[in-house]
Ligand binder design. Structure first.
Ligand code: DUC
Ligand code: ZN
Ligand code: ZN
Length: 479
């Protein structure tokens, strides 16, 4: 029987192996991996190319209704599911997992229904949702969450900072307890809210309102303390915990200590923490706002500590934290041309540049090998968020989500080559080596030679299975 698509002559990379083989696709799935496959209705010549599982970006923000405190008042996200998924696809990513946010006073079930409407008919890639719990009422904890988790939303996020979303330690324990009962995996944004508020007030009183004060108000100990508290809460409640966007060595040490105690803690980092530093927030005028994210970028020492964490396996997932605010008046500077750092929307774009940056800085520079690149950008996310083995690997039966990757191609990142709706990239001018040429989702070519082939709306919602974090070992609670 002939195949719908054959990818011939490439080097197939998975999280464990690098093999020269042909790949046959039938009905959207990988149907054969063999030395030679001759019959195909469509054939892609992958000679001299790598064939990678399509990337999974499991930390991105798209069309997120504004929560006061996360964004400047009125700042709007520039990317929804359409432009966000298109940008992801051009960068070799075939699955996205953005956040559905519950605002205080709102039902989580209603927020999920609303977010499905925002995604409907828009995405060119497949997608799932993490759920942000901002108002853990008895109804949310007792009825809504268990029902939503059973419908495939098996990853939940809580915040320790941001006025509109921050939960107390007690509320976090409440959410963790439901997660334990229903076997959901928890993600946490770990920064100490009280310290940030205290430092920010003092900086404003001193007239220090430029973007760099954002970094001064959120120094590394703010993240270290919150990380320690977050893993402690998770230990008490007996849940695995994902610490998102780890920015330096001190929080990483907290994570190592918790893992050494036998606890399941998963660390994520993002391109901005490997490439940017606080000095990027010191650019003239308000330009530093382009590098404003939370936690903020740190220094060279923090970058080196993160690379050590990637190399020794402490950091297991690599995502963009794409938060698409334009620099112009609808975005970061919505509060006016010269606003205080506190009124600037936090976050930077990165869906499209995530894979090229890690490939270039990690694989090409010899810091990580090809299987580890695939593990960090696809396979570990798929396992952690209940999408494996459908997604995140190249195996018979898996969805044919693939990036045919040119490992030699040199590119200079400039905003005009990217496909997001954001008016800047913080990586402007950066030289990278390695770029996707053909991107395939469920057997359909969605990007080829820098052209969009897939139709927005073809992407499907993915119900998540339970996380691998629950399967690794029995996790005990204190109660
Ligand atoms: N930090 C967050 O916590 N979320 C979105 C963007 C950011 O910088
Ligand atoms: Zn965050
Ligand atoms: Zn985020």
């Amino acid at each position: 029987m002939t195949f719908d698509l054959v990818i011939r002559g490439g080097t197939i990379v998975t999280a464990s192996d690098v093999t020269k083989a042909d790949l046959g696709v039938r009905n959207g799935r990988i149907a054969a991996i063999a030395e030679h496959i001759s019959e195909g209705n469509m054939v892609i010549d992958a000679g001299g190319r790598l064939v990678l599982p399509g990337g999974i970006d499991a930390h991105c923000h798209l069309d997120q209704p504004q929560a006061p405190g996360l964004a400047a008042k009125g700042a709007k996200m520039a990317d929804g599911f359409r432009s966000g998924s298109i940008s992801a696809a051009f960068g070799g990513t075939t699955t996205i997992v953005p956040f559905c946010v519950q605002h205080r006073g709102e039902s989580l079930t209603a927020a999920v229904a609303d977010y499905h409407r925002r995604a409907e008919g828009q995405s060119v890639t497949d997608y799932a949702f993490h759920l942000i719990v901002s108002d853990p009422t008895p109804a949310v904890l007792g009825q809504e969450l268990p029902a939503l988790i059973r419908r495939g939303h098996t990853s939940l996020k809580v915040y320790m900072t941001y006025d509109a979303m921050q939960l107390s330690d007690r509320q976090i324990l409440d959410v963790f307890e439901t997660a334990r009962q229903e076997k959901a995996v928890m993600l946490i944004h770990a920064e100490n809210h009280e310290i940030i508020g205290w430092l920010a007030d003092r900086l404003e009183c001193q007239g220090r309102t430029k973007p760099v004060a954002h970094a001064t108000s959120r120094p590394l100990p703010v993240e270290r303390e919150a990380t320690h508290r977050a893993v402690t809460l998770a230990e008490i409640a007996g849940v695995p915990l994902v610490i998102v966007h780890v920015s330096g060595g001190e929080p990483l040490e907290e994570i190592r200590r918790a893992r050494a105690r036998g606890h399941v803690v998963i660390a994520e980092t993002c391109p901005q923490y490997l490439l940017l530093t606080e000095s990027d927030l010191e650019m003239p005028g308000m330009l530093g706002a382009k590098a404003m994210c939370s936690p903020p970028p740190r220094d060279r020492e923090a970058q080196a500590a993160l690379w050590r964490g990637i190399e020794d396996g402490t950091i297991e997932i690599f995502n963009s934290d794409h938060a698409p605010y334009c620099f112009d008046t609808d975005g970061k500077l919505k509060a006016g041309p010269n606003p205080s750092f506190r009124a600037v929307a936090n976050g930077i774009p990165g869906l499209e540049t995530r894979l090229p940056i890690l490939f270039s800085e990690g694989v090409v520079k010899g810091r990580i090998d090809l299987p580890r690149f695939v593990a960090l950008t696809a396979t570990n996310n798929a396992k952690l968020y209940g999408l494996h083995p459908r997604k995140g690997t190249i195996a018979v039966g898996a969805d044919a989500d693939l990036a045919v990757w040119n490992p030699e191609k040199r590119m200079t990142i400039t905003n005009d080559i990217l496909h997001h709706n954001v008016d800047y990239t913080p990586f402007e001018g950066m030289e990278v080596q390695g770029w996707p040429e053909t991107v395939v989702s469920r057997g359909q070519v969605i990007v080829q030679d820098n052209k969009l082939i897939g139709k927005p709306g073809r992407g499907r919602f993915l119900a998540q299975d339970s996380s691998s974090a629950w399967k690794t070992r029995e996790i005990s609670a204190w109660i």
